[in-house]
Write a protein that binds this ligand. Sequence first.
Ligand code: PGA
Length: 247
Amino acid sequence: MKSLYVANWKMNMSLSKAHNFVHEANLTSWQNHNAQLIICPQFPLIYPIQHAINNTDIAMGAQNCAATESGAYTGEVSATLLAELKCRFTIIGHSERRTIFSETNHDVAQKALQLLAHDIVPIICVGETAQEYQAQQTHQVIEQQLAAICQAIAPLPTIKKIVIAYEPVWAIGTGKTPDNKTISDVCNMIKKYLSTELKNVQQLALLYGGSVDPISAAELKKISLLNGFLIGGASLDFQKFKNIVVC
Ligand code: PGA
């Protein structure tokens, strides 16, 4: 399986900066790095970026989708439309969505169903807050987050691929990262939990996210259970992003 490098641009990047980034990325041969690059911009940037990366090895992604199929949901973006725009991946359940926009585990599960129905790979974010980390509740919190998803998607006949991104909330944008053993233990727990709860998933990829930069990535790449990274701040600068891929 190729390693996944997911650029979560959040609510950053202008149209011209996005064009420059994609131009630089297209000049590089990613096939050599055994890496799958996935760019997740703000919604209005999806169409122009998809146009620019068409026929390249870079994949299009989104940062969110609606929990319902279509209809009177002002401001929402459907998985149907994301599929039409050739988004192959979509991040759901990011901690910023959970805290700022009050998304529940149930909402995230409904979004996963929408994406899978449209053949889009969900990148499902899970992770504990600083308080939960200190109270040693990490595994318990993640199990609760996964339980709602499993309950929703377990009845599907087959699921080609899902991606789980472990992002401790306290590590996002803070420059802090857990040690490799902590991340390995969480990966092991997620793998075990999903192999018991889901019999229909053909491929599972595990990512880590939270202050990944070229320096921390070199250390994090020693974690054998990881299949890649979800990168926020460092994905806005193409050189930094590339250094994470090649380090
Ligand atoms: P960060 O963000 O790399 O800036 O910490 C990661 C994320 O929120 O997905």
